[in-house]
Design a protein around this ligand. Sequence first.
Ligand code: ADP
Ligand code: MG
Length: 604
Amino acid sequence: MRKFKTESKKLLDLMINSIYTNREIFLRELISNASDAVDKLYFKSLTDHDLKLEDEDLSIRVSYDKDARTITVSDNGIGMTAAELEKNLGTIAHSGSQEFKDETEKDATDAIDIIGQFGVGFYSAFMVAHSVRVISRAFGEDDAHVWESDGLEGYTIGDAERERHGTDIVLTLRENEEAVDGEPGEDYDRYLSEWALKDLVTRYSNYVHHPIQMMVTKSREKPKPDDAGDDYKPEYESYTELETVNSMTPIWKKRSSDVKPEDYNEFYKSTFHDFEDPARTISFHAEGTLEYDALLFIPGRAPFDLYSKDYEKGLALYSSNVMIMEKCADLVPDYFSFVRGVIDSADVSLNISRETLQHDRQLHAIANRVEKKITAELEDMRDNDRESFEAFFENFGRGLKYGIYSSYGMKAAGLADLLLFWSARDQKMVTLAEYAHAMPSEQKAIYYAAGDSRERLSKMPIVCGVLSRGFDVLLLTQDVDEFTFQAMRTYEAKDMLKVFEDDAAREAAQAAAADGAEPARENRNLELKNVASDDVDLETEEEKKDAAKATEGHKDLFETMKKALEGKVERVAASARATDAPAFITTEGPMSLEMEKVLSKGPE
Ligand code: ADP
Ligand code: MG
């Protein structure tokens, strides 16, 4: 008996004690693994020309035995060697196993959340089975092996027989549970029927792109006997036949009006291993020089590894139903790396390689269109479903900001209007456009302060000083925020009420407006200014003059103060910028104190 690794054991315990109540997803997980195994073999056949695949290699079988209380999921995919059985099933195979280990040290109540983030995978079999047997023969090997476990202590690996390459997963179901305190117990027997299994396949795995087959009971008319008389009544008999149960028609090929939202959601969850419905589904069909179908999803929350090096962005790329690449990175920009989905185009060449992809003009055209669609969807969310948009931004806003920063502001035109920042005056998240349109006419720039917490920032004397002038201040608390603003330098506010420098022009416009004319509007480039910088330029000429006078008048005092703070400050002077605080600190040059702090932390 071999023991499970600690973190696997924790996950198993969660499965066995099943805090996760949606047990029926076990079949989806096993089918998805079978489908992956078939894909792997298929991909191998693309490069290995000696490998000839038969139809049955590319299908998945589901069967059950009522008397033995077993359910079996079989595939003739790539299979596993003994070492792979050990490695893949004895330890958590998920890429995030390390994180999982860290997570499980936290509160157990977060467990469902953790499972949600990782996808439940193979071990979900233990939600319905008391023992699991895996018989597998790796492609190209002569021997088969069996992995067996009752989930609790560990597992065994031994020799087995299997005619061809592939894997059978045999679950022996648990006994039905008795009712406790009027709560009905779990009914496991219900899975032991043709109808129930078919139902699970069509609900959770309908769009798996390989046929999922089952022996299905059917009825047919018995042949009419030769000696049948005139009063012969047809007789029926039942027989069984192997049938493909899932739809297989790719969901992205269907017209979106023909697809129920639940179907899109199930497809998303089973394909992209998420436990929550997507926030938005985008589907479109492009025609013209380049024809393709696209189905895109904006997830409801960030996958646990989104901001880690391991995260692989990209959309699945298909050419006429055949998957060419699981994650084609060139189809989505980095700042939309959270978007999942499928592009299917008959016009994309089947044997396109990763290298040629980058230079492929067709792909660029698709990527451009995809980017526009995502942007439009997010704008729609921002304008029509603010609550969801704020939740979205909480999850993915950091990536958008990083997109502006890392493109040196070049991408700002498309992204800046999707950003939200905390308004110190209104105490809520606002867009830059909302900030700009709420500005009093004498305000010339967008003001912000950067620091660790909103609370601390909103108490800073210079922030209060700006607020008391009637100008709002954006409070930036993410480390990437200020870098983003520095990359943008300005924000172009559209359709602002026109400001007239010239008195005569202003009066003429006011007269026209009084007559009911639409007020004149203009786009205005607003500077983004840190209130803590020395050249924020808020004071009136008079205030500046007064401050200069006061500085001159208390020259000795300021000299003494500067001496006392030797090496720490550059200059000590009087200022009109703080309202009720005796003193405050500003910085000179483009680098703020906050940015210095971020940079001195070094790369993460
Ligand atoms: P995931 O599918 O996310 O990798 P699972 O827990 O579902 O995680 O599966 C663990 C691993 O076991 C898979 O990555 C795969 O290597 C292996 N595996 C599971 N089922 C099969 C199968 N039917 N054929 C081949 N390998 C399999
Ligand atoms: Mg899996």
